[in-house]
Design a binder for this molecule. Sequence first.
Ligand code: GDP
Length: 692
Amino acid sequence: IMLLTKKMIEIRAILSRVQESEALQLPSIVVIGSQSSGKSSVLEAIVGHEFLPKGSNMVTRRPIELTLINTPDSASEYGEFPALNMGKITDFSMIQRTLTELNLAVPEKECISDDPIQLHIYSPNVPDLNLTDLPGYIQVSSHDQPIALKTKIQKLCEKYIQPPNIILAISAADVDLANSSALRASRRVDPQGERTIGVITKMDLVDPIRGYNVLNNKEYPLSMGYVGVITRAPSGGLFRRSSRVGELVSANESAFFSQAPEYNGCEVGTNLLKEKLMYTLEKTLAKSLIPTFDAVQQELEEATYMFKVEYNDRSLTPSTYLASSLDAFKQAFKDFSKSFDRDEVKNLLRCELDQRVLDLLAQRYWNKPIVELQNMTVGDFAQDVPLSKLSTASNDDPHWQRKLDASTSTLTKLGIGRLSTNLVINSLVSDMERLTSNTSFAGHPFAYQTIHDAASSLLNMRYYSTAEQVENCIKPFKYEIDMDDREWAHARDHSYVLLKEELRQCEQALSSLKSNIGSRKLSQVMTFVDKTREQRMNGNSVVTPAEGTEAYGFSAALLQKGREGLFLKDRTEVLKMRMAAIKSRQCKNKDNKYNCPEIFLNVVADKMTQTAVLFLNVELLNDFYHNFPRELDMRFGQNLTKDQIDKFAKEDPKIKRHIELQERKELLDEALHKIKDVIALQGARERGELGQ
Ligand code: GDP
């Protein structure tokens, strides 16, 4: 007979995993009663253990969906919270503590939460049953039990006592049944008393005649009747606790009832209650088989149709999704590794060094106007050789020799090892991010992080050794630069292009300054700044306006623009002059390097780049291209649990919908098959093909 409930427990578990499955819920036994009616004691008597939260202030704040699973072949008794991942709990006081914590976790303001706690208990001593324990009705609101709590409890119970659920209405024998909150609530939703089982607790507190009258009350007759129980031993009385901690003794209960002849023919005792519950649940479940089958079938048809229409029946699970995303990324990476080769690294590094060369030149050669603008003293300025002299200076002028040697040394000692290694690492890491955003990993913060971490950790592992190798190899350039005519000619063309671009940028900046403040105004303020500059160079003191004030009608901000404009104008002139110099006959010859610092520094930068790239390629790139895909396999493969993969896939809302619809379809399908089996079994039993 118990086969059905057992099977239905399985089906219930499947259906509870179906998203939005409110309509698919199987009937359950819901337990209501006012506080202190003995509700907890009844549930504990059925389970055979103390496991519910206790304490005068302990109001149950969440429904507990209690699934009892009879395990006839195993002596061990344990509980499981399917949602909590705590494993098997054999210590029932641990279950009690966990339930207390879950209760206390409901915020004070919310009072009561609708979200049920699921608890499964496996034992050879429990019947197969589903019971939902609801918060006890509270009688009087006191300070620490606000009115809101009372109404919330009522509302929650109201939701659960709807058909087809069976109501287990608990009332204490020593309280007038007319005042029983449980019976009043059940009468409202089940006026004919067809799906309510009355439980009268504390039968030991009333004499047998009153007890008899309570159990046979005609006030609210129930077709399933009233069961009288004694579930808690009054201290020092006839009843005693079992020596095994927490286990309750029911033997004395039957002794009590058998003493009084009044209870002959009455339904009394916890064992009888258990059987009645099993029988009633089984009958109710049997009745719900066909309607549930129809409902599941309808949901399944709906889900199947949607799956076809929206996803063309394309199967998708979290792990296949992860695998295909990873494959796609690795393919993209392979294509990338072909495009990001030695030449790319060279370009990257060359651009960086070109900038360094330009900065050096600006700082050491083209610096007159900048230095002046930074209020260089007149004396310093006079000592310096004017730039215009550079092209005509003789090649062994020590001033220009020192200048170029110092510049070269700055360039070769700038720490190209670390600079270039950093440059390539940063570029690769950001390229990996860009690649990620072009694949289906794009919607996944987790994937971004994992790819980023994998790339940085692999690359950073090679950082020091690569930087050192590169630095060692360019070491000779710190002492001597050998070059041939071809290299010179090449560098000459290249520096001309660089200067031309620099000139373009200067001119562009100047023209945007013009359009910003008007070309007349700009030229006025530039003239003014120029004049004060000359005065200062001649040793006259000039009054510069403080920040925010005005001088000669120009605000400080405008003066700043004027300085900027003048700087750009000067710089443009210098650049034009140097471009002419580079083109000149003199700079065609590499022996005139002191007169053509732009070209020579270019030669140096080129040599450094060539050498650095060689080692970056071997030490960093090849290693990365080889190991990165393996690292990804490890981080996305072996290292992830099923839950993590699931969470990953569902990060993307589109994928989440797809996967969930598929899961829903599969779960419904599984449930439907099981229900079909149960119906067939039921049919066979009714036709007498199977023994009871
Ligand atoms: P709940 O608040 O409805 O869960 O009620 P409890 O199960 O906590 O019981 C309330 C009080 O009634 C406790 O002090 C129990 O010891 C006591 N109690 C429960 N069942 C019985 C019983 O059968 N007989 C007697 N005398 N007391 C009981």
